[in-house]
Write a protein that binds this ligand. Structure first.
Ligand code: GLA
Length: 382
């Protein structure tokens, strides 16, 4: 039985009726990491792994929610004081609250959901969950909230109900994702452009280290604070700098002695990364995958040495990719574990995957997981 059928069957047996089906997707990001909350560019796309939810308005003031994957049932009210203790339910609760804060109507509903986005792999299973419900509530209650605001509902859910001070990339990709296209988003102006992505002769493959770091969200928030500190120092000399992405490398050098060295290194990475996104988009339009790949390696170096969000396992996978002549490879997403994203020539794919499994397992005692991803549609009604 596929995921949709399992949801429908269980929904009917638990709630005695049928609801409507909605879905959204996890995401990859080709390049542009930790740039979103710095007002820079990102270049993500939605993937063929996501969340499906069935929902039916129940005429009460309560949400009755069931997670098929956790095999867990939770009930909660819709007032601020009603926040549930289960973290998966907090995402749904947060989306209800953030919708209401924007003047949207939200009443009680019954819901059941399941997903196939691997958890903790850096593929934004939480954004998939948030955008599924943001989109579903907007449709069911006919709220007319625009798509950007739906993405922001997910982002504010992370900020206000889940303790992660994230940028807009994941929720944006999950809401705006389109089959076969990556989307370059300017996170300052919110202008975006779809780029068809069909690298003939290449494959995009994720290698999941299966490492999950505790405290990743506090380390993430700390990176963000470092960037804001560096931007504030630069702003004293250059008032036009609203976000770190507005700064030039030389402006950062000017304040090097005024800020902690750690903040300097974080900022140096971000300023370089913003430019790399533009370079990758230009290279893609020329069909120049060698340049795309080289930029990915540069990003990995920056994330590992300057931003320090990689780990031994991910650095190992990155070096192995180089040895196997993989065109581009880097840690993807927030870091602190999760996946590398690899752009690899089709004829080298089997050798790379074979070696990644064998050598990684020999060194770390567990096999990495391999995900071939297809760029797909984001939030939608099924
Ligand atoms: C996480 C956050 C995003 C973004 C990435 C890093 O996925 O949710 O907003 O900052 O990390 O690029």
């Amino acid at each position: 039985m596929d995921m949709k059928e399992r949801i429908c069957e269980k929904f009917r047996s638990l709630f005695g009726t049928d609801g409507e089906l909605f879905a959204s997707a996890g995401r990859i990001n080709l390049i542009g990491e930790h740039t979103d909350y710095n007002g820079g560019y990102v270049f993500p796309g939605a993937i063929d792994k996501g969340i499906i939810a069935e929902i039916k308005v129940n005429g009460t003031g309560k949400v009755r929610a069931y997670s098929l994957d956790y095999d867990e049932y939770v009930e909660f009210g819709l007032e601020e004081k009603d926040k549930p203790s289960q973290s998966w339910a907090c995402y749904i609760f947060g989306v209800c609250r953030e919708t209401a804060k924007r003047g949207g109507k939200v009443e009680g509903f019954d819901t059941m959901f399941a997903g196939d986005v691997p958890l903790g792999a850096g593929l934004s299973s939480s954004a998939a969950l948030e955008s599924t419900y943001a989109f579903a509530l907007n449709t069911l209650f006919d709220n007319g909230i625009d798509k950007f605001e739906l993405a922001k509902i997910g982002q504010s859910t992370e900020h206000n109900y889940c303790g992660v001070n994230c940028g807009i990339m994941d929720q944006f990709a999950s809401v705006f994702g389109k089959k076969g296209a990556l989307i370059r988003l300017n996170c300052k102006t919110l202008e975006y452009k779809y780029f068809p992505f069909d690298p003939v002769g290449y494959k995009l493959v994720l290698v999941d280290s299966c490492v999950k770091h505790e405290l990743a969200s506090s380390a993430y928030n700390k990176r963000r604070a470092s960037c804001e500190n560096a931007a504030a120092a630069i702003r004293r000399n250059h008032p036009e700098v609203e976000f770190l992405s507005d700064a030039k490398r030389v402006w950062l050098e000017e304040v090097r002695s005024e800020i902690p060295e750690e903040d300097f290194l974080r900022a140096k990475y971000v300023i370089g990364e913003v430019q790399r996104v533009l370079d990758v988009c230009d290279a893609l339009e020329r069909g120049d995958y060698e340049t795309v790949g080289e930029m990915m390696y540069q990003t990995h170096f920056g994330l590992s040495r300057l931003y320090e969000v990689s780990c031994e396992e991910l650095d190992f996978l990155n070096r192995l990719a180089r040895k196997c002549d993989v065109t581009g490879s880097r840690v993807m997403g927030g870091g602190f574990g999760g996946c590398t994203i690899n752009l690899v020539k089709e004829e080298l794919y089997d050798d790379f995957i074979g070696q990644a499994k064998e050598k990684f397992t020999a060194k770390f005692g567990h096999e990495p997981k391999i995900y071939d991803v297809v760029i797909s549609d984001g939030a939608r009604r099924l």
